[in-house]
Design a protein around this ligand. Structure first.
Ligand SMILES: [Zn+2]
Length: 260
């Protein structure tokens, strides 16, 4: 398939970071995590990065991850590392690098809940179920860490990251629409057409990690507001004519706005 056939921009919306007030939010009750691709998503993809010396953070990534974690999201890395199959580096080098990244992230208060990689390359090691776009790593992480995949997100720079996530019920955000000349507007989410999977017509595209994280946190706010709406409905709901009920609703909405 030609890369050009992936599609075009069909929708865009601007989101703005909001000040955060939540100091110690509870862990997510739904059990979801944010799955992160590594090369091209967390660090600059210079090709088969396997030493800390060669690791370059993409702008704003540790800060964005800290913000997600502050709002209760666990973080799990899922990465294709065919450099192992190719013999460019070994598992030990990879684990040493992960330890160095962990140490650096600790300065930001960020803890990666799990590191997963696929060491294979079909041409060399035969087909496997873990190399993205297959969802094997996500499934394994779900078993190991008790993750609710349907409440989880995937952030990656490639369509194959989105595909792996969508196959197991996650939502996805991509950072680089392949084959598309899409301008990067700061703080702006765009939907790009997605033609790789049946039933999935579009996927959100973020210009950077900070914007992707903001999108997730604002989705949490929307969800909380919706749940409250449903709850009120079950109890008979607030009376819109009662000034006290209206005031309570406004106060709760303001609290949600400020939380993430
Ligand atoms: Zn594999």
């Amino acid at each position: 398939m030609s890369r050009k056939t992936w599609g075009s921009v069909i929708f865009e919306t601007t989101i703005r970071p909001r000040p955060t007030k939540a100091a110690n939010p509870p862990p997510m009750r739904h059990g979801g995590v944010v799955f992160l691709d590594r090369d091209g998503t967390m660090n600059r993809n210079d090709g088969y990065v396997h030493t800390w010396d060669a690791w370059v953070w993409l702008p704003g990534v540790p800060e964005a991850l800290a913000r997600l974690q502050r709002h209760g999201w666990r973080l799990v890395v899922v990465s294709n590392q065919s450099g192992i199959a190719r013999g460019y580096f070994d598992e030990k080098a990879l684990h040493d690098l992960e330890a160095a990244v962990d140490a650096d992230l600790a300065r930001h208060g960020v803890r990666i809940a799990g590191w997963y990689h696929c060491p294979h390359l079909p041409e060399i090691t035969g087909p496997c179920t873990c190399r993205k776009p297959e969802p094997g790593m996500l499934r394994q992480a779900a078993r190991d860490l008790g993750i609710n995949l349907r409440a989880s997100w995937v952030i990656g720079d490639k369509y194959l990251d989105a595909q792996a996530g969508i196959k197991v019920g996650c939502r996805a955000i991509i950072l680089e629409p392949e084959g598309l000349d899409v301008p990067r507007y700061p703080d702006t989410m765009q939907y790009v057409k997605f033609r790789g999977m049946r039933g999935v017509s579009r996927v959100p595209y973020a210009p950077d990690m900070a914007t992707a994280c903001e999108w997730i946190l604002q989705d949490d706010v929307r969800k909380a507001r919706h749940e409250r709406f449903i709850r009120r409905g079950r109890r008979g709901g607030p009376d819109a004519r009662n000034p006290k009920d209206a005031q309570d609703a406004r106060a709760q909405d303001a609290k949600d706005e400020n939380a993430p």
